[in-house]
Design a protein around this ligand. Structure first.
Ligand code: ADP
Ligand code: MG
Length: 679
């Protein structure tokens, strides 16, 4: 039962079922003094009555507890039989639980309770742990109080031998960390609030230390043992392109990352690198230059994009970049016609194609390479781990891999979530970009916004108007988009204005046609859902207007904003929202207005929503912490990481006697690892 409901399998799991909080049980609340907004109530009194009320699904058990100041209602929807047997009217009880108010009267649903004796209330301060339980367990009498009892009994049976110290003494001393066994005791049954804080700090440090250690060890193992293709030279293709075809000077950030990649290419180990660069930082060029190096060494390349439109865009811009250089470039997507496909597959297998661009179609079984050496994955969070794994099998030794993402993740988080990857950042935009002005307006200002867009179009620019797509095939979203489209049309009638529309229900061809019309300037307005979110590059577009902007996440808004400001003209991002906004939504709009820096946006997003919601980290098991809150505990995270780095550079195999506790602990935990290779 415990196993199923709370995932508690053994004594360690029980010990790691940490209390939600502690209450000082000498401090009983007076019922009359309970106030709206207080989270918990802890009351004592006489049970005046207990009755079953309601029928069927509405059936519940209602009791009233009375102290000398007032009455509180206790209510149960489940486990009714057991509660009914346990509670006797006229007897005194302590009740504890989440406080709510119903028609102005205090109430606790599913309280923990125990008989009340006066000696319970006397004595000095003692902090009792409050544990979460589930309704099913409570129905069997296994409420929070029972779990507390279990845990207490467990401590009588175990000693520090069962929970051996796993952090070396020098680190314990330096950071004044509580010994391990003591920390487990104190986090459950603290002698004082101070002891509890110390225990918490110690266990958080431990959690972060081992999470970081595991991830760094995976990376170290890979660096030491994984074989990779060695690209030894920089040849004609690269040099020719670099000297004669490069349309602009590289930014320092692009140069830096290119250097990192070249070093990996030459190492004889497989590269597994994550490249984070804000929207518009010029990742495509970095990818292309790297692919040219691979080609110079006789290897083929693939570039995978998450959508057909993006694959097209990459194909067009890379074709443009390379001009007439002798290098085979093809595009393969789900909508490639059978005849063309056949030819592409042939040319891939015989090595004529040097750069194959496409959607996940490029990693299908049928696509065979003569000598694949390098794979670039754009906007990685749209790819599943399994899809990426297919790549590994495309040659006798897995290709080098570069994962590119424009969803900036705060550095602290990235090093934990992606610590097993090599990690590059491009935190610089190409020169000459005019910063995008972001403006927040209520829906009622839509006519003015449309007029503004008209002015921009008159000046020769183009505009995006984006509608939310909350669910892939949601009817409501679709209807909203259509309504929006009609409205836009009424503002911008043909034949003066032409509008493209792209959405998820169109066929690939329809999307493509509409997209191309916008890219070539045949249409001035693109009405779309978020399908154009990533990557699309139309430098002449100067307005990004986002409808119901409050329904988007910050990173998404930032991505969308990145679609403009790509040319020489001043660009604008307009956030249209409902007139009434929640505090949270208002805050998000303000952040967008205040900063254009994707890393700052991500940092704020993390603060507001927590790491679980940050795109790209959700699947990363590395962030499933029991005690740690990655935002609040940043300081501990940083020291833990420093210590891990120091440790592994001094003693990579953990051979020193001092580090034996760590080694033993890792061996015990070994079966628990499993989030390894991301690409
Ligand atoms: P992202 O990193 O968002 O994928 P892109 O690779 O699409 O960015 O580049 C955005 C735009 O910036 C493109 O038009 C590209 O040609 C241009 N660009 C890239 N690097 C530079 C540079 N060093 N100088 C000037 N423009 C650049
Ligand atoms: Mg891109």
């Amino acid at each position: 039962m415990l196993r199923k409901e709370l995932n508690i399998h053994n004594f360690k799991d029980l010990l790691e079922h940490y209390p939600l909080r502690h209450i000082d049980k000498t401090n009983i609340d007076k019922i009359a003094s309970l106030k709206l907004g207080e989270e918990y109530a802890y009351v004592a009194g006489i049970l005046s009555d207990i009755n079953l009320v309601g029928e069927g699904r509405g059936k519940r058990l209602v009791a009233h507890l009375k102290d000398d100041t007032g009455i509180i209602e206790l209510v149960w929807f489940q486990g009714i039989n057991w509660v009914q047997k346990s509670l006797v009217p006229g007897h005194a009880y302590l009740a504890f639980g989440r406080l709510s108010f119903f028609m102005g009267k205090p109430q606790i649903a599913h309280p923990d309770f125990e008989p009340y004796t006066s000696q319970k209330a006397s004595g000095k301060q003692h902090l009792e742990p409050i544990y979460s339980s589930t309704e099913k367990l409570k129905a069997k009498g296994l409420n929070g109080a029972a779990l507390a009892k279990f845990t207490q009994e467990l401590f009588l049976k175990i000693s520090s031998k069962d929970l051996p110290e796993n952090i070396p003494p020098s680190i314990l001393q330096f950071y004044k960390l509580m010994p391990r066994f003591e920390a487990y005791q104190q986090i459950h049954f603290p002698a004082t609030p101070q002891q509890f804080e110390l225990a918490l700090r110690r266990l958080k440090f431990e959690e972060l230390f081992f999470a970081q250690l595991r991830i760094n060890m995976i990376k170290m193992q890979r660096h030491r043992f994984s074989r990779g293709w060695a690209f030894e030279k920089v040849g004609d293709l690269f040099n020719n392109f670099y000297n004669h075809h490069l349309p602009f000077a590289l930014t320092n950030a692009q140069k830096k990352v290119l250097k990192e990649i070249r070093k990996d290419f030459g190492s004889g180990k497989q590269m597994n690198r994550l490249l984070q660069g804000d929207v518009g930082s010029g990742k495509t060029m970095v990818a292309l230059l790297s692919m040219l190096i691979a080609a110079d060494n006789g290897f083929q390349n693939v570039l995978m994009a998450p959508t057909e439109i993006l694959a097209q865009q990459h194909f067009i811009s890379i074709k443009n970049y390379v001009g007439n250089l002798p290098i085979g470039i093809e595009i393969l997507t789900g909508s490639t016609k059978a005849k063309a496909r056949k030819l592409i597959l042939e040319n891939c297998e015989n090595g004529n194609i040097s750069i194959l661009i496409g959607t996940h179609a490029v990693i299908e079984e049928k696509v065979q390479f003569k000598n694949l050496g390098f794979a670039v994955i754009d906007e990685q969070h749209k790819f599943g781990v399994a899809q990426r794994a297919k790549l590994w099998k495309k040659n006798t030794i897995p290709p080098h891999i570069l994962v590119m993402t424009a969803t900036p993740i705060p550095r602290t988080l990235a090093l934990t979530a992606y610590g097993d990857l090599d990690y590059s950042v491009m935190d610089e935009l190409p020169p000459g970009r005019k910063p995008i002005s972001t403006i927040h307006r209520n829906e009622s200002a839509r006519p003015q916004v449309m007029d503004f867009i008209k002015d921009q179009i008159k000046a020769g620019r183009q505009a995006y108007i984006i509608y939310p797509l909350i669910e892939e095939s949601s009817k409501l979203d679709y209807e909203n988009l259509m309504k929006g489209y009609e409205e836009v049309k009424s503002f911008f009638p043909e034949p003066r204005y032409w509008i493209s529309m792209v959405h998820g229900r169109q066929s690939a061809e329809e999307k493509e046609t509409n997209m191309q019309r916008f890219v070539t300037g045949d249409t001035q307005i693109m009405v779309s859902t978020t399908v154009i979110e990533v990557g699309v590059n139309v430098p002449n577009a100067s307005v990004m207007s986002i409808e119901s902007a409050e329904k988007f996440g910050l990173s998404q808004l930032h991505q969308l904003r990145g679609r403009v400001g790509r040319g020489v003209d001043k660009s604008y991002c307009i956030l249209l929202t409902g007139n009434k906004l929640s505090k949270d939504a208002r805050e998000r709009m303000n952040i967008m207005v205040e900063t254009n820096d994707g890393f700052k946006v991500a940092e704020k997003d993390l603060e507001i929503r927590g790491p679980g919601e940050i795109e790209g980290t959700r699947q990363s098991g590395a962030l499933n912490f029991k005690l740690v809150n990655i935002v609040a505990d940043k300081a501990i995270l940083e020291v833990a990481r420093e210590e891990v780095e120091k440790l592994l550079s001094n003693d990579p195999d953990l051979l020193a006697a001092e580090n034996l506790p760590i080694k033993n602990h890792l061996q015990l935990q070994q079966h628990k690892t499993g989030w390894g290779k991301i690409a």
